[in-house]
Design a protein around this ligand. Structure first.
Ligand code: C5P
Length: 213
């Protein structure tokens, strides 16, 4: 099977030295890429800026902004069987980029923000898509409600929820606990484990779902 995986944060530049971003380390997405490769699959890994070494067997596409990630995903959809959108894409970008460093002595700047395009929703909205579409929901509260809303609104085949408020889990951590939400209203918990082990389970689950669809 051929996987397309997005991972890591995006950076939305304010001026040449400043940007808006988030705490995503990319560890979960990179672990899924490794697990898919280890299971003999092909992987296109579309990665935001992270401090991780990319698996050498992956076809890596490095991007910085949400717009670049959107374009890279849409340019790499050919022959994809399973798309796993794990990246923490910035929800907002500065409306205008200031091409010189904003000076402190000019006063506190007002930064006007514009929503970025939702990559996952754009894939869910594709007519006749042939790939399984998996989204992630990192939530601090109401995990089930928020994950199910994403599943429906973004037209995914599966949403993987994780509670990022729990200490030692989620962002930047090596461990996670996941809940898999399916459109038939069923769910399944993958108990706390290393992102590596969880990634192996996810790859098996995604492949099983793809074979049955
Ligand atoms: O709405 P929220 O950002 O929490 O949704 C999370 C899911 O949507 C993740 O799978 C993430 O990769 C994807 N997403 C995306 N493009 C965006 C925002 C989120 O692909 N602009």
């Amino acid at each position: 099977m051929k996987f397309l995986i997005t991972a890591g944060p995006t950076r939305e530049p304010i001026d040449p030295v400043r940007y808006i971003s988030n705490r995503s380390s990319g560890k979960m997405g990179y672990a899924i890429a490794e697990a898919a490769l280890d299971a003999g699959h092909e992987v296109v890994l579309i990665s935001g800026p992270v401090a991780l070494v990319a698996p050498p067997r992956a076809q890596i596409v490095r991007v910085t902004t949400a717009d670049e990630m959107y374009n890279a995903v849409h340019a790499n959809l050919a022959d994809i069987d399973i798309a796993v959108l794990c990246a923490a894409v910035a929800d907002f970008k500065p409306t205008e980029y200031v091409p010189r460093k904003i000076k402190k002595n000019e006063g506190v700047p007002t930064i006007d923000l514009t929503p970025t395009r939702d990559i996952l929703a754009s894939l869910g909205a594709l007519k006749e898509k042939k790939f399984l579409l998996a989204g992630f929901a990192a939530e601090t509260d109401d995990l089930e409600k928020n994950a199910r809303t994403k599943l429906e609104k973004k037209q995914c085949d599966v949403v993987i929820g994780n509670d990022v408020s729990a200490p030692g889990l989620g962002f930047e951590s090596d461990e996670n606990e996941l809940t898999i939400f399916l459109p038939d209203h069923s769910s399944r918990v993958l108990q706390r484990a290393s992102k590596r082990d969880l990634a192996k389970s996810l790859v098996k689950i995604f492949c099983g779902m793809k074979q049955n669809c």
